[in-house]
Design a protein around this ligand. Structure first.
Ligand SMILES: Cc1cc2nc3c(=O)[nH]c(=O)nc-3n(C[C@H](O)[C@H](O)[C@H](O)COP(=O)(O)OP(=O)(O)OC[C@H]3O[C@@H](n4cnc5c(N)ncnc54)[C@H](O)[C@@H]3O)c2cc1C
Length: 490
């Protein structure tokens, strides 16, 4: 009889852990509450348009390669990856934008044009960022977050001051031009916290941005979910959709299975890739490791208001990824982190994947995704969504000098209430818990329960943190812990 593992959820982290555990010889079953797999990375298909509901930026291709190579596969065995050029553009005012191209050499030229003398500083900044990337990816992020000693290596000791300074300070030390500052602070937004709360060491995200580049899987990010599903199934993983887990069954402080739709499914191990806070609510209170007040004190990554829009024409003056940083981010950031409320003048992000990918919209039409970052836990009503749609579309029209409102075929929205309803997300957060200094590595919620044996956690609320590449890594880390703590029954 094989050792059995029940996995809750089918996001990137759950799917990745399923593959590693199946490869190690476990019998793995995934239970997903929704109709389709993928979690936050699901896909919306309507009227000939295809939208990624969640992640749209494919960064750190090396992490995806490493994942597939652990199974003697390559990303190209499953999907076609294209390096975007330009990677993205950033609007600062009407018809006023900076374009970030696909190589560091070209980006250096753009910086020099914007602020004479900045090219040399950028080279130094990115060299440092690359060094941090090498340390992070080689030495740090593949650690299970069990002990502070994981952070202490000959390479990190030399960088200790970078854990106590911030990205904001570092960027502003070298760059005076406000527009360049905003561009260099943008990548850390993926980590979920303000640049003033993100340790300088995380400048490795700048290397991911400028050094490695931005990629797009043809037909969208969902292709990566489909790829991992295919891999998982080839390894024998069983996936049960529309099977919400209502309870983790515990006997004598040992997880012995899960209950879904009134049926008990027993297993030797339970792994959950559902939001950590939600998973613990599937246990008796006495078996939860973290209290409500623990979660309340944590810095969560923002939630988002998203719109998926079909346009009846091709749009101009925008790129596949376009950022609208024409308003004061510090004011918007306060509305996310300090005094949670709907921002008066939000910055926003828009993606038009059909500019580079003919598969995602009918010919002559454009697929548009708009995202406004918001504080988790805010009131979310249809009226607020409509107000903010009008607000950003008006600004979009002014900034890019075109009429689009009269060209909307349909629009769908997704916001805090949907994050809660669809994913059991804590306060409707979009991408988990932020990577601040006090929420890094061993200071994050643990991969292994301290109170219930054979219960493990994975995903963006535990180590290493938010984002698709970290979720893949999290899946590997939890599988390694399971295999270490729970020897195969043979
Ligand atoms: C709008 C948005 C944009 C983003 N953009 C990017 C980006 O551009 N690039 C990037 O790298 N990352 C991005 N991210 C982050 C990235 O998508 C996430 O970090 C990653 O997908 C999280 O994967 P996960 O496995 O941790 O969790 P999830 O994807 O949330 O998976 C958890 C799964 O558990 C299921 N579940 C919950 N409760 C239960 C239950 N009781 N029973 C059964 N199943 C349950 C959920 O339905 C879900 O399928 C974005 C996220 C969002 C939301």
């Amino acid at each position: 009889m094989k050792t059995t593992v029940n996995i809750i959820g089918s996001g990137f982290s759950s799917l990745a852990s399923a593959c590693y555990l199946a490869k190690a010889g476990y019998e793995v079953t995934i239970f997903e509450k929704n109709k389709t797999i993928g979690g936050r990375a699901r896909q919306l298909q309507t009227q000939g348009f295809t939208f990624d509901i969640g992640p749209t930026w494919y960064w750190m291709p090396d992490v995806f390669e490493r994942f597939f190579s652990d199974f003697n596969k390559k990303p190209s065995d499953y999907y076609t990856l294209e390096k975007l050029n330009p990677a993205y553009s950033v609007y600062f005012g009407k018809d006023d934008f900076i374009t970030i191209e696909d190589t560091l050499e070209k980006i250096i030229i753009a910086f020099e044009k914007e602020e004479p003398g900045s090219s040399k500083k950028l080279k130094t900044f990115i060299e440092q960022a690359k060094h941090n990337y090498d340390i992070a990816i080689k030495d740090l992020v593949y650690n299970p977050g069990v002990s502070p000693l994981e952070l202490i290596t000959p390479a990190t000791i030399k960088k200790i001051n970078q854990f106590f300074s911030t990205i904001k300070k570092d960027v502003r030390k070298s760059f005076k031009n406000d527009r360049l500052v905003k561009i260099l602070e943008f990548p850390v937004l993926f980590l979920g916290a303000k640049p003033s709360d993100t340790p300088s060491f995380y400048s490795f995200m700048n290397y991911a941005d400028f050094g490695l580049g931005t990629f797009h899987p043809k037909k969208g990010m969902y292709q990566v979910i489909l790829a991992i599903e295919k891999l998982a199934k080839s390894l024998g993983v069983i996936i049960k959709t529309e099977n919400s887990v209502d309870r983790i069954i515990v006997n004598n402080k040992k997880a012995i299975g899960i209950e879904s739709k009134g049926t008990k499914y027993y297993s030797d191990v339970v792994v959950s890739g559902a939001d950590y806070h939600h998973t613990e609510t599937l246990l008796d209170k006495s078996l939860r490791q973290y209290t409500e007040s623990y979660w309340q004190k944590k810095t969560f990554a923002p939630s988002s208001l998203l719109f998926y829009v079909g346009f009846d024409k091709k749009l101009k003056n925008v790129n596949h990824h376009t950022l609208f940083f024409d308003v004061d981010f510090d004011v918007h950031a306060k509305a996310i982190y300090d005094h949670p409320k709907w921002p008066e003048n939000p910055l926003f992000y828009a993606s038009f994947p059909s500019i580079t990918d003919e598969h995602v919209a009918p010919e002559g039409k454009e697929a548009g995704i708009f995202l406004i970052p918001l504080a988790p836990g805010l009131e979310d009503t249809p009226e607020l969504r409509a107000t903010y749609f009008n607000k950003i579309i008006k600004r979009f029209e002014e900034l890019t000098s075109q009429n689009v409102k009269d060209h909307v075929i349909f629009k769908e929205s997704f916001c805090i209430n949907d994050f809660i309803k669809d994913y059991n997300s804590y306060k409707g957060n979009a991408y988990g818990m932020a990577n601040t200094l006090l929420q890094t590595a061993f200071l994050r919620p643990k991969l292994k329960s301290k109170k219930v044996d054979n219960l493990f956690f994975t995903g963006q609320l535990t180590v290493p943190g938010p984002g698709v590449p970290p979720s893949l890594i999290s899946g590997k880390l939890v599988a390694d812990l399971v295999t270490k703590h729970h020897k195969l029954l043979v």
